[in-house]
Design a protein around this ligand. Structure first.
Ligand code: SF4
Length: 369
């Protein structure tokens, strides 16, 4: 079995018809449950549930404190290449965009690592575009080995690999995998991924499972909110998380809801989510997957992120730069993948977390082996 079977099962299901018939009583019943079933989760994503945000928030807060304490883990992204052979309509690294392209040398990666490590950050997320020529496996493996000398945790957010290559990077020291499906709607997926390997929906859909089989400690998934019909995508993402969680008991399954921000090319999302809808979706995910990490990136505004701390979020990125080589040399920030909304430094984000009564966590585990 693969998650594609679940996708196909729900392609024939009238999601909108269900959402339109959800009553207040259905929402209250879902909220009262210890373990929610998929239809309870869908009820919490409905327009009717938008009138129940306060009780949803109270339960989400209680569950989050129960499983995570009052802690927020911090991490920082590091882009090491913006070469890409794909043509995703919503991305600044799209191969048709005339931006300056760069792949960091290992020496340059080390300069970035030193600049980042000086902020106290210990959880690093390594990112690339999708170009096997610019960032082959040997290079990625060497980059992970190098970064492990500076950080307690190195996760990867790169193009989908097969299980053997995931295992290579895990052996090199990577412990986490982030891979967003972008949209679970196959026809929208085709419309926004015009060319390159990323156009293969199934290859991407199965990659988180391959990563879990390869032994990554944490696997993080999500839709890019705005591409497909948002309630459908959040629903399928929740089911995907539950699918992985049920099968890989030793893997920490995490979720994120990145919202589309302007990038090179000015893509306008067909299904934008306002703040209220975004909060509802986060709460619904927390209630459906109480033990899953929930990440909110610097795509979101500073004050908004601070408020989300009380609503189920457990991981925040901070001090982010989405250009290649921009930590050691700020002039390189011009080739960003997308715009950052929360421009605060690592220390400022940590202060804001503490001001909310939570503890910022720079390092929450150690690999013993
Ligand atoms: S989203 Fe990823 S694969 Fe698509 S153009 Fe951007 S970097 Fe390339």
């Amino acid at each position: 079995m693969s998650f594609i079977d679940v996708v196909e099962q729900y392609e024939d299901f009238d999601v909108d018809g269900f959402l339109g018939q959800v009553t207040d009583r259905d929402v209250e019943r879902a909220l009262a449950k210890e373990k929610m079933e998929p239809m309870d989760f869908l009820a919490l994503l409905s327009p009717t549930a938008a009138g129940h945000l306060e009780p949803m928030a109270q339960k989400a807060r209680r569950l989050t404190v129960q499983y995570f304490g009052r802690t927020i883990q911090l991490f920082i992204p590091l882009y090491i290449s913006n070469y890409c052979s794909n043509q995703c309509l919503y991305c600044g690294f799209n191969r048709t965009h005339a931006i300056e392209r760069k792949t960091l040398t290992l020496e340059e990666i080390e300069c970035e690592a030193q600049a980042i490590a000086s902020t106290g950050m210990q959880h690093l997320l390594l990112l690339t575009g999708e170009s096997l020529q610019a960032t082959p496996m040997d290079y990625l493996e060497a980059a992970v080995r190098l970064l492990k000398r500076y950080f307690a945790s190195v996760s990867i957010e790169i193009f989908p690999l097969d299980k053997a290559d995931y295992r290579r990077l895990k052996t090199a020291g990577a412990d986490g995998l982030t891979l967003y499906q972008e949209t679970y709607d196959r026809s929208v997926y085709r419309q926004v991924h015009l060319a390159g390997r990323k156009a293969d929906y199934r290859n991407r859909l199965d990659a988180p499972e391959r990563g879990a089989r390869a032994g990554f400690r944490a696997v993080n998934i999500g839709p890019l909110v705005g591409l497909g019909e948002k309630r459908h995508d959040v629903f399928m993402c929740g089911l995907h998380a539950r699918y992985l969680d049920d099968r890989f008991l030793e893997t920490e399954i995490g979720l994120s809801l990145p919202r589309i921000n302007p990038a090179e090319g000015g893509y306008q999302p067909a299904h934008p989510a306002d703040d209220r809808a975004f909060v509802q979706f986060l709460l619904a995910l927390r209630l459906f997957m109480p033990r899953s990490a929930l990440t909110v990136s610097t795509r979101e505004r500073a004050g908004f992120r601070d408020r989300l701390i009380h609503l189920g979020v457990t991981r925040l990125s901070a001090g982010s730069c989405t250009g290649v080589g921009g930590y050691a040399r700020p002039a390189e920030r011009k080739t960003a993948q997308f715009e950052i909304s929360d421009q605060r430094s690592v220390a400022q984000v940590a202060q804001a977390i503490a001001a909310q009564g939570y503890q910022p966590v720079y390092k929450d585990w150690d690999l013993i082996a």
